[in-house]
Ligand binder design. Sequence first.
Ligand code: NAD
Length: 290
Amino acid sequence: MKIIDGKACAQQIKNQIAKEVEKINAIGFRVPKMAIMLVGDRADSVSYVRSKEKTCKSLGMDCDTYIFPENTPEQEVMDLISRLNQDCNVDAMLIQLPLPAHYDSAKILDSIDYRKDADGLHLMNVGLLHLGEPYVMPCTPKGIMSLLETNGIEVAGKHAVVIGRSQLVGEPTAQLLIRQNATVTLCHSHTNNLSQITRIADIVITAAGSPNLLKAEDFKEGAILIDVAINRTDDGLEGDVYSPRTREALEQRLSAATPVPGGVGPMTIAMLMQNVLDMYKIKNKKSLDF
Ligand code: NAD
């Protein structure tokens, strides 16, 4: 079984971004800038935000982070988004999810100018993706497609089973696979006989957030597993399928798999950085000749 090394693949993408930013800097232009907003102090969200900010700066790009207490009125955050929308020095922004329960997440996401929507979650970007004309792609699905491509995994004509139908991961991943001519089955928590479906799949993409979801025998011989999930268990981080316990049995059954950690996770952040640079380049395309 080939281990699909997301960390190495993400590093290559980040190196390329850093080179492009260096060129931008060398010709005397301002570098790309992202704004990150966080409401509340959930430990996992704080850690994701810190990691995005650190990566952005390590690639030579600018990043401003705004942290609001949990009880901040929604309007205060909307006012900041409105200012950032108008700030021509800000190329891209994101608000860390999940938002507190008293927030209307869709309203907040849709108040971001869709041309600065680094996560690709604005209604307009969701619509464009469904039409097959994406302006910006959500980072995790984009990272999954990039991993498949870089590792020479052809999806056209294959039966791909996606488990999970969230707007963040499952649904847009299914859309991207359809556009690349895969035959896609989208499964979710109401799917009956899940393992009967995965047993006839060439590629299985799991994004359920449910450890021990499937066993090695629930896959066809030679199938490919992309395990998106990050489950925090007593034994550490595990995927929906991939864990130190299951690795040996998976090795006998599959032709390739992403590990957890070190598979899709690093690609998500690399794709976010790519989105920031791409948005900057679209805005400045008249002045840049690369
Ligand atoms: P979500 O809770 O919004 O969606 C989960 C989906 O899985 C739902 O559609 C649900 O119907 C389905 N599901 C749940 N249990 C199931 C089961 N037993 N059988 C079949 N379907 C089931 O979660 P999300 O935001 O899409 O995230 C999914 C997982 O991916 C989580 O573990 C999350 O931590 C991880 N994630 C990883 C990355 C990354 O960069 N690697 C990025 C985003 C999310």
